[in-house]
Write a protein of this length. Structure first.
Length: 155
């Protein structure tokens, strides 16, 4: 039997492991009356060899997938959660609230020009047409708005 298992596995140590596993299984299972006990043992041994080969194949594929993922490289870590952490989210909300407050505090003309240009996405010419002022007037309002926002957000 050992020679058969060595031929099937290609490794004497593995063949001895399979033989030991076969012995344990045969002793613990009541197979009932057997027509050919020798054939039963060879079939059971062959099944154990196939089970081992399938397990090795699955392990090899799993390891290849792991290597392909790049997570086995030295210093590699699992990808971080792409969502911002709670502190960064809180700071972003505070910044957004400060910006909204500063925009609300802009002088009336500068505030209208800023909202139309920066928030609604209109060009300086379109803002001028909508407000009924010259293009240079829009540019002056934008300069006032930007200076005001810079001062307000520096705090």
């Amino acid at each position: 039997m050992l020679r058969f298992l060595v031929a099937r596995t290609g490794d004497r140590a593995e063949a001895e492991d399979v033989l030991q596993e076969l012995w344990i299984r045969v002793r613990s299972v009541d197979a009932g009356p057997l027509g050919n006990g020798r054939a039963y043992l060879y079939r059971a041994a062959q099944n154990l060899v196939l089970d081992g080969a399938r397990a090795r194949q699955r392990r090899t594929q799993r390891e290849a997938d792991w290597v392909a993922s790049g997570l086995d490289a030295p210093g590699a870590a699992e990808p971080a959660d792409p969502r911002p952490d709670a502190e960064a989210e809180m700071l972003a909300r505070e910044d957004a609230a400060a910006l909204a407050s500063a925009i609300a505090a802009l002088p009336e003309g500068a505030g209208r020009a800023f909202r139309l240009h920066k928030i609604e996405g209109l060009s300086h010419g379109e803002v001028a047409a909508r407000l009924g002022i010259s293009r240079s007037g829009v540019e002056k309002h934008m300069a006032v708005a930007m200076a005001h926002l810079r001062r307000a957000l520096q705090d």
